[in-house]
Design a binder for this molecule. Structure first.
Ligand code: MEV
Length: 418
């Protein structure tokens, strides 16, 4: 597959779909689903409760991504203008010096078991740790298929914490989820292990649930942006922007939000749980203490800008909406990933690309010019401009720096008179 497609953005949506379909070898049915009704109401009715319909979100494809030497077209589902363009531009700059290098840890999630009413927390913790293998055996009996594929419960951790309700023992079941996001497997295992843990500790178990702070399941990405491409001023600008976020939580929230613009768009496109990823990313940013940027930047020996990111990547390819939503399935095919870890690596690369693009724009010309161009098109459409007049109206709105609905209506009126 090739991901460097100059002029991709200038094509019609239909032409882009045809091109992506050929690159990803999509079937006619998959192409039809992408370009038409993605999810039928009947399918939606089997996914959640009280269904009355579906809501469409634009699906774009970011180009130029080179990740560990492999070209990837990246589907992104988002309502926000500029996100897909920003990612594609950053990926184009990154690929000139080799693209993104990514590393992904084993897909290990944490199941938490909360033990309350314990008289001797130290002894309870010791008892749990001494019976690790029995607890792991009970957990693994719940999911022989996962175990067969090399996954399953692998280890136990135990911590005593002080809470408003007194001391608690928190037992962590570490579960290798392979290509599943893992919430179902982990929650089932945590529930199954609970009675044994109560017996061992003499305490009472309350919560048995996965943790979204997936510190054992992270992806890292790194990329170099040449100073000759972006200019020395932009190198300083991005370093200053990073330093700002690292020292100021108000800025850091927006810095990390920008990262998630890219990450969540891919998570959504692949039918994964956006809230799990968002919760994990922001908590990881504050872990072990103090809310920090998920990315880092520095200058290398020759003065080029190096960017890096690490974030939890609790995503799956089997189970959940990924396995049943026809558009999500097609998106996984476009990405060409075979494992959840590969998808995790792509999320890290996209997060870094998105963040670099934002900081580059913010520290140079600002983001409003680009935003306004796209916003102006939306306003033109809202004003009722027919397809052949949308660009004309938008252009005039942008030139006049009055991107407003009332002005769009006036311009349209004038154009119609002409
Ligand atoms: C907007 O959705 C995202 C940005 O605000 C991110 C950032 O400020 O880094 C542009």
């Amino acid at each position: 597959m090739k991901s460097r497609i100059p002029g991709f953005y200038k094509l019609s949506a239909e032409e882009r779909l045809k091109l992506v379909g050929e690159e990803a070898e999509l079937s006619d049915e998959e192409t039809e689903r992408l370009g038409g009704t993605g999810l039928t109401v009947e399918q939606a009715d089997r996914m959640i409760e009280n269904v009355i319909g579906t809501i469409e979100v634009p699906l774009g494809v970011a180009t130029n991504f080179l990740i560990n030497g492999v070209d990837r077209l990246v589907p992104m589902a988002t309502e926000e203008p500029s996100v897909v363009a920003a990612s594609s531009n950053a990926a184009r700059l990154a690929r000139r010096l080799g693209g993104f290098t990514v590393e992904v840890s084993e897909p290990v999630m944490i199941g938490q078991i909360q033990v309350c009413n314990i008289s001797d927390a130290g002894a309870a913790k010791k008892a749990v740790l001494e019976h690790k293998s029995e607890i792991i055996r009970v957990a693994n009996e719940q999911d022989p298929v996962l175990v067969k594929f090399g996954g399953g419960a692998k280890d136990i951790e135990a911590r005593v914490i002080d809470t408003l309700q007194g001391e608690m023992l928190i037992v962590h079941l570490l579960v290798d989820c392979r290509d599943a996001m893992g919430a179902n497997a982990v929650n089932t295992m945590a529930e199954a292990a609970a009675p044994m843990i109560e017996e061992l500790t003499g305490g009472r178990v309350f919560l048995r649930i996965i943790s979204n702070l997936a510190v054992h399941r992270t992806a890292r990405a790194e990329a170099i942006f040449s100073k000759d491409d972006i200019g020395p001023d932009a190198v300083e600008g991005v370093l200053n922007a990073y330093a700002f976020a690292a020292s100021d939580p108000y800025r850091c929230a927006t810095h990390n939000k920008g990262i998630m613009n890219g990450v969540s768009a891919v998570v959504l496109a692949t039918g994964n749980d956006t809230r799990a990823i968002e919760a994990g990313a922001h908590t990881f940013a504050a872990y072990p203490e103090g809310y920090k940027p998920l990315t880092r930047y520095w200058k290398n020996d020759v003065g080029d800008l190096v960017g890096a990111i690490e974030l939890p990547v609790a995503v799956g390819l089997i189970g959940g909406a990924t396995a049943v939503h026809p558009v999500a399935k097609a998106c996984v095919k476009i990405l060409g990933v075979k494992t959840a870890s590969e998808l995790g690596g792509i999320l890290a690369a996209v997060g870094l690309a998105q963040n670099f693009a934002a900081l580059y724009a913010l520290s140079t010309e600002g983001i409003q010019r680009g935003h306004m161009r796209l916003h102006a098109r939306n306003i033109a459409v809202m004003a009722g401009a027919p397809t052949e007049l949308v660009d004309k109206v938008a252009q005039q709105l942008a030139d006049e720096k009055k991107v407003r609905l009332d002005r769009a209506r006036e311009i349209l009126e004038e154009l119609r008179k002409d």
